[in-house]
Design a binder for this molecule. Structure first.
Ligand code: ADP
Ligand code: MG
Length: 331
């Protein structure tokens, strides 16, 4: 007997999650969670709600054959990355699942794996599932995340100024390298394979960094489409341009080990799926960032500068560095 919709919800999604929120997050709280027509949520006093939604489609955002735990983790983590990019603290999320009738997605194995991955990530990042929708149709996952930012404290794309430094957290290029690995387009050592697989299915949303950067960065975005494409969003929103010094791109061992850096740099600039933060910092605020870096609170590097004009230019040793591809485009 196939499982009924409400059985699926109860069994796999209506889980008790620690509601530490009432005390820890300035009076935020779930007044009513899963089970009614709406959830009732108390937004913390003097804060604004940051909301973002993303749909994941099999074979576009993850390989259809991926294990359910990994699909769930990646889906929630990439959504959390949008909260990180705004400097928001995670509070709640909703989940809309569309599952094909009579498919393996409706098995105990798939649903329990998905649920396990989902709650493992939710608990790790202190975000509570408060509702959703479960329907049948072509497979799809839509997650909406909600987070809190102090009044007027959000990091936005439109705050960059001429002379600001362009920075990224950790390293870039791993997302594209992982995709090359999954699609068998490049060869890696066993150690690199393990590293890239983890980076692909369990990217770390830079929540902590986003919160620390609220008072330091002038603009921020998370890298999902590709560094150049996403920095271009900051440039367009701020009505300015940028120069990236390709030499300074922070690359992991897995990415820099390949072919004299060539595809590595291409992956870092146009690959996407890195879920690192790209942000800008004024020269006056640089000492504060440097202190956080020195204290080990943020891992970040300067990779370029905001300039007058339009668009993003990449340079290597003062010469233009041409890119084969600009970034991911759905249409
Ligand atoms: P309605 O028909 O009133 O829209 P549903 O039957 O769709 O309600 O959902 C019943 C309850 O279960 C609601 O509180 C809804 O938010 C929740 N819910 C449904 N699907 C999911 C899911 N995949 N994850 C979490 N909560 C869900
Ligand atoms: Mg209803």
């Amino acid at each position: 007997m196939p499982m009924k919709e409400f059985q699926i919800i109860q069994r796999y999604f209506q889980h008790e999650q620690a509601d530490l929120l009432l005390t820890e997050k300035s009076q935020a709280g779930v007044l009513l969670g899963i089970g009614d027509d709406c959830a009732l949520l108390q937004v913390p006093a003097l804060h604004q709600l940051a909301v973002s939604v993303d749909t994941l489609v099999a074979d576009v955002h993850f390989p259809a054959a991926a294990v359910p735990d990994d699909i769930a983790e990646r889906a929630l983590r990439t959504n959390l990355s949008d909260l990180a990019a705004m400097g928001a603290e995670p509070l709640w999320f909703t989940l809309a699942l569309t599952l094909p009738r009579d498919s393996h997605y409706l098995s105990e194995e798939w649903l329990s794996g998905f649920s396990r991955g989902l709650f493992r990530t939710a608990n790790a990042f202190d975000i509570v599932l408060v509702g959703g929708d479960t329907t049948s149709g072509p497979f799809g996952i839509t997650i909406q995340v909600m987070g809190a930012v102090p009044h007027l404290g959000a990091l936005r794309r439109d705050g960059a100024s001429v002379g600001d430094f362009v920075c990224v957290t950790h390293c870039v290029g791993d997302g594209a390298a992982a995709l090359a690995l999954i699609e068998n387009r490049a060869l890696f050592s066993e150690e690199d394979k393990t590293y890239l697989y983890e980076r692909f299915y369990r990217p770390t949303p830079r929540i902590r960094e986003g919160i620390l950067l609220r008072d330091i960065a002038s603009a921020a975005i998370d890298i999902s489409d590709g560094l150049v494409a996403d920095l271009e969003h900051i440039c367009n929103a701020s009505d300015l341009g940028a120069i990236i010094d390709v030499e300074t791109l922070p690359l992991s061992a897995a990415v820099s080990g390949i072919n004299d850096l060539y595809p590595g740099r291409e992956w870092a600039l146009s690959g996407g799926d890195d879920y690192e933060l790209c942000f800008t910092v004024s020269p006056e605020k640089m000492p504060e960032l440097a202190m956080l870096i020195a204290a080990g609170k943020i891992q970040a590097s300067v990779i370029g500068e905001i300039v007058a004009g339009r668009g993003v230019r990449c340079e290597l040793n003062g010469e233009p560095f041409a890119l084969a591809r600009q970034g991911y485009q759905h249409f």
